[in-house]
Design a protein around this ligand. Structure first.
Ligand code: SF4
Ligand code: SF4
Length: 379
């Protein structure tokens, strides 16, 4: 499998990373109970991934049993520790002391003495940014762990709105970043470009799930991306960016891996076939009479009711253009007002205050569009 230099970390990473958020029964309580069924499924997944040439496995303190399952399974694969890179993530802790405890916790759960890559999980709020620096700040704990050789390069995963993401990146404190960026969500392109300019490693978070639930695509979408599967097209689109280094493929069963391997080695990664598919998708989007909020500029925000207007219009557009209703309803179902992972209030909370209208540079009739979106999103 192709490997790419993961920015200034200097590490060579496979273009696919094994993501372990969706391991079998991985979220069932209690998290320290590891059922045999989960262990054997995780063993199959990890073995298949390593056999395919994947050399980076990523997990998180917050992924239920994931760290513990990996800790139990990795020695069983018979691989030497240095044959694969391990990345884990933990939220920004309230204090440097707690941050260090969480790092040590991850080491124990994973059964290793060193983490090759460590990321702050979800630098999503202003207060996260403020807690980073200074004496006793989270970064001081990370730097100390680095100096002691306990962790390698440090990065962060960002789920915030673009302007905050760009400010965190511009601080230049991190060697890599985990980002949401997909063919069907391109608004984070400036973040990818800035990370590339800063020579940071770029890992794409969950391109198949967060990128559109592409493992269960609609019939129209499959027809548009044929002969590629939509997931394969999205992966090739991402890998055509030189600033993107690896895609974290979350597997819940080893049988899901071949779909991602089938076309991976075909060169060029972005040739006439891919360009034709891209043109077909763009033609459908441009021909849509539904709404023209493709730019996700976010000028309409904040909505006093907490509605995530650009995201709702983006998802409604995906339903309209590509029948991606499964994905849209899934993401809508995850939204919570004030949440820093997937923020957004229910659509019925719009009270027609019309505050958003004058802010939209495209003059879109936002409240009416949201009413229409509701009929598609909530049926
Ligand atoms: S009209 Fe609706 S969507 Fe627009 S700002 Fe008011 S509550 Fe929010
Ligand atoms: S201001 Fe208009 S174009 Fe910009 S994100 Fe909001 S609805 Fe879309």
């Amino acid at each position: 499998m192709e490997r790419r230099r993961f920015g200034r970390t200097g590490l060579e990473v496979s273009v696919l990373t094994l993501g372990t958020m969706r391991l079998l029964h991985g979220w069932d309580a209690p998290h320290d109970h590891l059922p045999e069924e989960s262990l054997s499924s995780t063993f199959e997944i990890v073995s298949a991934a390593l056999d395919s040439g994947i050399n980076l496995i990523e997990t998180a303190r917050g992924y239920g049993k994931s760290e513990r399952l990996l800790g139990a399974v990795l020695p069983r694969t018979g691989r030497r520790r240095e044959e694969c890179l391990l990345m884990t993530k933990a939220p920004p802790a309230p204090t440097a002391r707690e941050m260090r405890l969480w790092i040590d916790d991850s080491l124990v759960r994973l059964g290793v003495s060193r983490l090759d890559l460590f990321a702050l999980h979800g630098l999503n709020r202003e207060e996260h940014l403020r807690a980073l620096r200074g004496k006793g700040g989270v970064l001081s704990a990370l730097r100390q762990a680095q100096d002691e050789g306990v962790i390698g390069p440090i990065g962060f995963s960002g789920h915030a709105e673009l302007s905050l993401l760009l400010r965190i990146l511009a601080g230049n404190d991190f060697d890599f970043v985990n980002l949401h960026y997909y063919r069907f969500r391109r608004s984070n392109h400036p973040a990818v470009a800035l990370a590339q300019a800063l020579d940071m490693g770029v890992l794409i978070i969950s391109p198949n799930d967060k990128g559109g639930r592409l493992y269960e695509p609609s019939t129209p979408l499959q027809a548009l991306t044929a002969p590629l599967h939509p997931a394969q097209f999205n992966e090739r689109w991402l890998l055509s960016h030189t600033g993107v280094h690896t895609l974290s493929i979350g597997l819940s069963a080893a049988e899901q891996l071949p779909l991602h391997l089938e076309r991976l080695g075909e060169k060029p990664v972005w040739g006439a076939r891919e360009q034709a598919i891209a043109a077909r998708l763009t033609a459908v989007e441009s021909g849509s009479a539904l709404n023209s909020c493709g730019q996700e500029c976010s000028a309409c925000l904040p909505c006093p009711q907490g509605i995530n207007i650009p995201e709702m219009l983006r998802m409604d557009h995906l339903i309209h253009c590509f029948d991606m209703s499964l994905f849209a309803r899934y993401r809508y179902g995850m939204m919570r007002p004030g949440d820093h992972w997937v923020p957004g209030a229910r659509l019925d909370s719009c009270d027609d205050c019309n505050e958003c209208l004058p802010r939209c540079p495209r003059g879109l009739p936002i409240p009416g569009l949201l009413r229409e979106a509701r009929t598609r999103m909530e049926t």
